[in-house]
Design a binder for this molecule. Structure first.
Ligand SMILES: NC(=O)C1=CN([C@@H]2O[C@H](COP(=O)(O)OP(=O)(O)OC[C@H]3O[C@@H](n4cnc5c(N)ncnc54)[C@H](O)[C@@H]3O)[C@@H](O)[C@H]2O)C=CC1
Ligand SMILES: O=C1[C@@H](O)[C@H](O)[C@@H](O)[C@H](O)[C@H]1O
Length: 336
């Protein structure tokens, strides 16, 4: 049986997910899409050689009797509304990160899902599906480097548009680390501080770039994450775990090493689409398969909430310059 999907938002990642669900993955078909830019949506379907109904309003996708499950790939501030509507319609929903713009918004999703009585939400945190992060987690859980003491991480984008603001470095970019580092270390954040180094001349008026986010976890691990979204040279994700007995690093994406003109070089990727292409495939195939067996197992609404609790504290810390607490309530049994 083919799972019929509706996709809300046909921009960059919407088109990527439509392409992979239609041409790469097994067991799904995109039957309906919507975008506030209806012509853009039609053009995208044509480019991808896909026939699907085009709606102006995302709620019509959710309500369509042809749609069995929903992908929300529209702008960040729209996620909560569409995810809540999908839950109300009883349809499984894959929502790109962030689940909502604040912990309060995520809490509303968590409460709606618990009221519905079964897991309906998977959040688009793809890094736990990335082979490199999985290998790094195995090294840690196998005890190969002893207990983790420190993590040094970086999240670098070559450039961002003019509408990208200082808090978006947290809610739109760091949100990936806020999720994956909890998963990687099986720990939770206790405090956070944000410091601003010298500003790059490549940024614009609304954005302080780079930023360094410093965490202390419940177990006492110290984590520093550099967010640098106008780094110019490439799309670069780094993660180094310093343990009691050794150091483990996230593997670099594989690339051919060149010896040429007296230089030794490797290519650095420039786009998140390429860096995590396989992880996106695996996360969405898991969503499709899990719906088939009736039990979602991927990053949950609770994981979306936990990341947003930390994100709220980061934004407070951006503004105060102080060390701010991260206050995470206990996980309900529903999410165990
Ligand atoms: N997991 C990941 O690594 C990534 C996740 N994302 C997330 O995916 C979402 C989309 O990002 P991009 O594709 O890069 O942005 P984009 O700007 O390329 O595409 C977003 C699309 O959503 C449409 N849209 C906005 N409001 C809408 C509404 N109310 N109803 C229907 N369509 C609406 C826009 O017209 C646009 O076509 C964002 O939330 C972003 O955070 C984006 C890139 C990578
Ligand atoms: O999710 C993503 C984008 O929305 C975001 O803008 C980038 O900073 C991230 O690297 C990418 O993975």
């Amino acid at each position: 049986m083919t799972l019929k999907l509706g996709v809300i938002g046909t921009g960059a990642i919407g088109q990527e997910h439509i392409r992979r669900c239609s041409h790469v993955l097994q067991g799904a078909q995109v039957v309906a899409v919507s975008d506030i830019n209806v012509e853009g949506a039609r053009a995208a379907l044509q480019r991808l050689n896909i026939e699907a109904e085009v709606f102006q309003n995302g709620h019509d996708v959710i309500q369509s009797p042809d749609v069995e499950a929903v992908l929300v790939t529209s702008w960040d501030p729209t996620h909560e509304e569409f995810t809540l509507a999908a839950i109300a319609a009883g349809k499984p929903v894959f929502c790109e990160k962030p689940l909502a713009m604040s912990a309060e918004g995520c809490r509303r999703v968590v409460e709606a899902e618990m009221k519905a009585g079964k897991r309906l939400v998977q959040v688009g945190f793809m890094r736990p599906y990335d082979a490199g992060y999985r290998a790094l987690k195995k090294v840690i859980t196998d005890g190969d480097i002893g207990e983790p003491l420190m993590l040094h991480c970086a999240h670098r984008n070559p450039t961002v548009p003019e509408n990208y603001t200082t808090p978006m470095a947290i809610t739109n970019t760091l949100i990936h680390e806020l999720d994956v580092l909890r998963w990687l270390t099986n720990d939770d954040y206790k405090t956070v501080q944000v410091v601003f180094p010298r500003v790059t001349s490549k940024t614009h008026g609304q954005l302080k770039d780079p930023q360094i986010v410093l965490f202390e976890t419940r177990k006492g691990v110290r984590i520093d994450v550099e967010i640098f979204v106008n780094c110019a040279y490439g799309y670069d994700i780094q993660c180094e775990v310093v343990g009691e007995e050794g150091i483990a690093r996230l593997p670099e994406p594989s690339s051919v090493q060149l010896r040429k003109e007296a230089r030794l070089s490797n290519t650095i990727l420039v786009d998140w689409k390429d860096r995590f292409i396989e992880a996106y495939d695996v996360e969405l195939q898991a969503f499709i398969n899990d719906i088939r067996v009736g039990q979602l197992t991927g990053p949950s609404a609770w994981d979306g909430f936990a990341a947003s609790v930390a994100a709220d504290a980061c934004i407070k810390a951006q503004n105060s310059g102080a060390i701010e607490p991260v206050e995470m309530p206990p996980r309900p049994d529903f999410y165990r």
